[in-house]
Design a protein around this ligand. Structure first.
Ligand code: SUG
Length: 415
């Protein structure tokens, strides 16, 4: 049976704060800080276990090879040439799997298969190196070509950041949906990372029905306030669009366009008077996982920063006291990821599929979660000072940790 599976990125052993993402305010603010890869990966795993315990199917992707073996050599550089290049070669940014690909579930596509396009991530140099290794994992996890169609990334002239700029509305995950693509227009103080043409290309390549596909411009003011992806200011699930009032360039028109394709739409909009754009970006209220629990209730899995913000927590309390469609708010601690601008929703890629059609090595159960926890506690570096990136001994421990993970998961193809 088709169901929504969240594939979280296991936080890699080289997780560090190098300030590589202009326009990502948390990453910039934490540039140069000491990171805690072991704690980061355990927090990520605890989130997966939290969701598994709720009865939600859970998958994962493994960290990419870091330091990226040929990255510096291809630039005529070595670990001493330039700090930012070395940091890029070491980046663990593939943990944010909402940027791994755009996924169109089978009921939305012309050929009735689930279509996936890896994101080219060309805007940020440290992320542009991800897609070939990401594509390799997608090809393993979704090898069943009767159910999945895998595309090449769209050409690099058009920046694509994947599912972080894509939402889906539907009556049920396994039924037909309306897909909403949100793009940014360049010209602001920060890069607009999702190009309209990339979104349109993905929709065409996936064989989506134009009558059930909507393209919306992101609010330039939201990008300028640090919402470098749409999923920092809006998230959708089922019939519900949970959005900040300043998420889109023309908010009313955006709602109308979605409603024209999906009349059952229920909008839960947070006004700026309750939560400013700045507070939304700081707390990542909208970078929540909006999920339908097995009992049918909708829950919002928010970063714990939300419950510490008086403005956000009082809005959430009022929402729960009202009669809205979101019935539960569940905080999770992903602080190590948050400090690099990645909340609960950044850490997961939603794929609607029958779990029986997915390579089981990418699906999590309690037994594997225990094994992963033990391995991370043993093999992940406890901390990384960014000045140590490039050191051979640290590189060796990062490579060894990843290899041990592949061994435990029997994913030797990715070695
Ligand atoms: O691309 N941070 C990521 C965070 C991605 C969040 N994803 C979603 N919103 N879906 C980014 O900006 C920081 C890396 C550094 O600076 O070292 C980083 O890449």
């Amino acid at each position: 049976m088709l169901t929504e599976i969240n594939f979280d990125g296991i936080v890699g052993p080289s997780h560090n704060y190098a300030g590589l993402s202009l326009g990502n305010l948390a990453a910039t603010a934490h540039s140069g800080d000491v990171s805690y890869p072991r704690a980061a990966a355990l927090q990520g795993l605890a989130k997966m276990r939290h969701n598994l315990a709720l009865g939600l199917p859970q998958g994962f992707f493994v960290p990419l090879p870091r330091p990226n073996p040929n990255y510096l050599a291809r630039l005529g550089a070595d670990a001493h040439t330039e700090r930012a290049l070395t940091a890029a070669a070491w980046s663990a940014s593939s943990m944010w799997t909402a940027n791994a690909a755009t996924v169109s579930p089978a009921p939305d596509t012309l050929d009735g298969r689930c279509h996936l396009t890896p994101a080219n991530l060309v805007t940020m140099p440290h992320r542009a190196q991800e897609w070939p290794d990401t594509a390799r994992q997608l090809a393993l996890a979704f090898a069943d070509s009767a159910h999945f169609a895998l595309h090449e990334p769209v050409p690099s002239s058009f920046g694509d950041e994947g599912a972080a700029n894509h939402m889906r509305l539907c009556e049920e995950h396994g039924g037909p949906g309306v897909e909403v693509f949100v793009y940014g227009r360049p010209g602001g103080p920060f890069p607009a990372r999702q190009h309209e043409q990339a979104s349109r290309a993905v929709a065409r390549l996936h064989g989506l029905d134009p009558a059930r596909t909507v393209f919306i411009e992101q609010n330039p003011a939201a990008i300028a306030a640090g919402a470098f992806h749409n999923d920092v200011v809006a998230v959708a699930n089922g019939r519900v669009l949970f959005t900040h009032a300043e998420a889109f360039a023309d908010q009313a028109q955006a709602h109308d366009a979605i409603r024209a394709a999906f009349p059952q739409l229920e909008v839960v909009e947070v006004p700026s008077s309750a939560v400013t754009l700045a507070e939304a970006v700081r707390t990542y209220l909208f970078n929540a996982q909006l999920v339908t629990l097995p009992e049918g209730e909708m829950a919002l899995i928010v970063p714990s920063e939300c419950t510490e913000s008086p403005a956000v927590s009082s809005w959430l309390d009022a929402m729960l006291a009202g009669n809205g469609p979101i019935r539960r708010v569940l905080p999770v601690d992903v602080r190590q990821s948050m400090a690099n601008g990645g909340g609960p929703a950044c850490l997961r890629l939603r794929v609607v599929a029958d779990p029986a059609t997915v390579d089981p090595r990418f699906l999590l159960d309690e037994v594997h979660a225990d094994r992963l926890e033990q391995l991370i506690a043993r093999a992940w570096p406890e901390q990384i000072d960014p000045v140590d990136l490039g050191r051979d001994t640290l590189a060796q421990s990062v490579v060894t940790a990843r290899q041990a993970l592949l061994d435990v998961l029997e994913l030797e193809e990715l070695g």
